[in-house]
Design a protein around this ligand. Structure first.
Ligand code: GLA
Length: 738
């Protein structure tokens, strides 16, 4: 059993293969956090001390000196009754009062995880997952919070969400409703790792020691954003890839969020995550429930590699759904960096011909195929193929591509509207805009009000009409601007605070319908590159365009950092032109290939302009990829050399049975008189013997896994710009190997 209730001690223990999470119905029936860490035998309640500290208020129902809420480790802290740290919930009752005092009222344990209605969640519908529900009730009002924990033993993870129920006769207004809180003793010993950055340089890893006050990763842009990610890691000061403890918290959500760590004055830390309270309010009438997005929490006492591995498996196996979640994706060629808006039927067919010669399996037609769009200033919303430009129907175009042996895919940007569009002319009120104020444009576009059912219905009908009209096997779902003027013509003034979240719910509802109706279509997310790279989107799409920066050296950093929370199978990565559109840096084809290949792999350059040798080279690359695709899709991933600290960046994939490994290495910098870089491998079978080849040439035979892991392999410095290499490590077949 992964969930145990020790009745005598009133302790709940949530156990996975390697971890234990414990909480207790404590004094005064507060639900207090006891422990989260390496698997524990016994209960941690013996070390728990109650404090009533100086200047900290105490509840009146307990004898003086028993406890102060401000000193408790709480599972779901509320505001207004003496806990001054970040609350999970803040509510205004009909009488205007704003105090909440949540105490234990009931619990139940059962098997089988229910999906959260209308929102993405992990382990949805999985029968063997154990679930614990604990209901807390306010001491005065008829107001309840049910905390839901589900436990996944094999991925060492726990999910959390909260259902907030108002049974008061009058409505209440939620001003904040976070998904989870984990209070930690001794917070001064911790660092917080966040993934910040900016457009074209997303998810920069920032590690900061906790000092008194609050550090957070957050977005108020209406989407998870380029400059923050709903994934944070708390770790010990000395935690590195293989050693030390760390806890990751990831929200399965795509809108405004906050994920923070607060070090309170007495030295304990509070980690919280959920919908950002900025601009948020939610009215709950009598009998209504609000459900928070789900958070996934995982812990590792073996450093970041194990933690990442946990999240990779959760996302790959328990969040991504659909026919492609664990299936090899076709190698694609995207038309954007190849042709931008400048294409017609003949150009696309030439591209398809050349792609087919290169072993590429799908042609994706990016922006510019609909309405009268030949630049980014019009037609968003008019999802009608421009048959003049395409030389006929989409069905005809897709057939032409299919005849050349390729699948066909298409770009959409459904959540947006151009002022110069038939849709805007017909429904000017369908975009987000405040009364009497001209809404701000960004990339010449406005944002559709996804909270309105008629808007989602229009999008469902127009997108499904396009998808049904031709053999379209892939969709790139783009979203190219943050939200402003967040006001809906359809919501009453006192409910405008619901709009940010209702936008996300409208989007999720639409994605749910489209991805189930077109279940064989491969969907890819995008938001001006990696502006909405989160587990919420990965519930609908198994892969996301990781960044509009496809410069291979910059991608080393972006992909390295992204891999802390997300599996490479979710990281869409393309070989783009020799001279990068974004940085104007030139890089060898081999380097661009090695960097892109281990993600959701494709090309994004005009292959018709390549020499016959280069095309032959791409054919070799795509053949190689097909041979090892399963390893990249399902293998365990190790960050070998941090590009921030090493001239040679390197990473490794290894099959679950430890018999085959791939190592990619890129020299991102060279200086004279350098020594070779040494890469110590990971995950091999210590006693087994392996053969090692570098770029197709055998370089070692019969070396034990132990030697490869302890002494490593070397990458020679080359006096060239950005050379790359790769190694294949294969276990020898001999019977003496075991
Ligand atoms: C965004 C995407 C790009 C491309 C363009 C098309 O910038 O991130 O990949 O699709 O839109 O307009």
């Amino acid at each position: 059993m992964s969930i145990t209730y020790f009745e005598d001690k009133r302790v709940f223990s949530l156990d996975t293969a390697g971890t234990t999470y414990q909480m207790q119905i404590g004094k005064g029936d507060y639900l207090v956090h006891l422990y989260y860490g390496e698997r524990l035998e016994g209960t941690a309640e013996s070390v728990y001390t109650y404090n009533a500290n100086i200047y900290c208020p105490e509840p009146m129902d307990l004898p003086p000196g028993t406890l102060s809420p401000n000193m408790l480790m709480l599972e779901y802290p509320a505001s207004g009754t003496g806990d001054y740290r970040t609350p999970c919930i803040d509510v205004i009752f009909a009488d205007g009062s704003r105090a909440l005092d949540l105490r234990y009222s009931a619990h139940r344990i059962y098997s089988g995880k229910q999906p959260i209605e209308g929102m993405p969640s992990a382990f949805a519908g999985e029968k063997d997952i154990q679930v614990l529900e604990i209901t807390l009730k306010d001491t005065v009002k008829d107001f309840y919070v049910t905390l839901v924990y589900s436990v996944s033993e094999d991925t060492d993870s726990i999910t959390r969400s909260a259902y907030i129920l108002n049974k008061e006769p009058e409505p209440v207004v939620l001003k904040s409703a976070l998904s989870c809180c984990v209070d930690i003793y001794g917070g001064r010993e911790y660092d917080l790792v966040r993934f910040m950055g900016r457009a074209l340089m997303e998810r920069e890893l920032i590690r900061t020691p906790l000092t008194q006050g609050k550090l957070s990763s957050e977005s108020v842009q209406g989407l998870s954003g380029h400059s923050s990610n709903p994934f944070i890691v708390m770790c010990g000061k000395n935690t590195d890839e293989k050693n030390g403890d760390c806890m990751g918290v990831m929200l399965i959500y795509s809108g405004n969020f906050t994920a923070s760590a607060e070090l309170e004055p007495h030295g304990n830390a509070r980690v919280t995550a959920g919908i950002h309270p900025y601009g948020f309010s939610w009215r709950l009438d009598n009998g209504e429930t609000f459900c928070t997005p789900e958070a996934v929490i995982s812990y590792s006492s073996y450093g970041f590699t194990r933690l990442s591995d946990n999240f990779h498996r959760i996302i790959r196996e328990h969040i991504c759904r659909g026919s492609y979640s664990l299936k090899r994706r076709p190698v694609l060629l995207n038309s954007w960096e190849a042709l931008i808006y400048d294409f017609d039927y003949d150009k696309l067919m030439s591209l398809a011909d050349a792609a087919s010669d290169c072993g590429i399996e799908m042609l994706v037609l990016d922006d510019g195929w609909f309405g009268k769009r030949n630049a980014d200033d019009c037609s968003l919303g008019d999802w009608i193929p421009n048959e003049k430009k395409l030389g006929g129907t989409l069905a005809n175009l897709a057939a032409g591509v299919n005849e050349r042996g390729l699948k066909f895919g298409l770009w959409f940007e459904p959540e947006m509207i151009s002022r110069d569009s038939d849709l805007y002319r017909a429904h000017p009120d369908w975009c987000l805009q405040c009364p009497g104020r001209t809404p701000a444009e960004c990339r010449n576009q406005l944002v559709l009000d996804m909270s309105r059912p008629e808007v989602c219905e229009y999008l469902y009908n127009s997108i499904s009409a396009v998808l049904s009209s031709a053999n379209i096997e892939y969709v790139k779902w783009d979203m190219n601007r943050p939200l402003t003027d967040v006001y809906s013509a359809k919501l009453p003034p006192d409910r405008q605070g619901e709009l940010y979240h209702r936008y996300v719910l409208g989007l999720y509802g639409l994605l749910d319908r489209l991805t189930s109706d077109f279940e064989n279509v491969l969907f890819e997310g995008c938001a001006s590159g990696g502006g909405r790279f989160d587990a919420g989107m990965l519930y609908y799409f198994p892969q996301i365009w990781c960044s509009d920066n496809s410069d291979a050296v910059d991608r080393l950093f972006i992909q390295y950092n992204t891999s802390f929370g997300y599996p490479m199978s979710a990281v869409s990565a393309h070989v783009s032109p020799a001279k990068s559109h974004q940085t104007e840096r030139s890089m060898p084809l081999e380097t661009r290939w090695i960097t892109a290949m281990t993600g959701a792999f494709g090309y994004e350059l005009n292959v018709t302009l390549l020499s016959p040798e280069e095309r032959k080279e791409i054919l070799r690359q795509t053949d190689f990829y097909r041979e090892y695709a399963d390893l990249f899709l399902k293998g365990r991933y190790f960050r070998l050399n941090d590009p921030n600290k090493n001239d040679v960046a390197a990473w490794e994939f290894i099959s679950d049975n430890g018999e085959t490994a791939f190592v990619g290495a890129v020299q991102r910098h060279f200086s004279p008189n350098n020594c070779p870089a040494v890469l110590r491998l990971s995950g091999l079978l210590s006693g087994a013997c392996y053969d090692v080849s570098e770029a197709g040439r055998q370089i070692l035979t019969g070396v034990t896994g132990d030697v490869l892991m302890k002494t490593g392999i070397t990458v020679k410095y080359r006096r060239e710009e950005y050379p790359a290499t790769y190694f294949i490590i294969t276990k020898e077949k001999s019977v003496n190997n075991e």
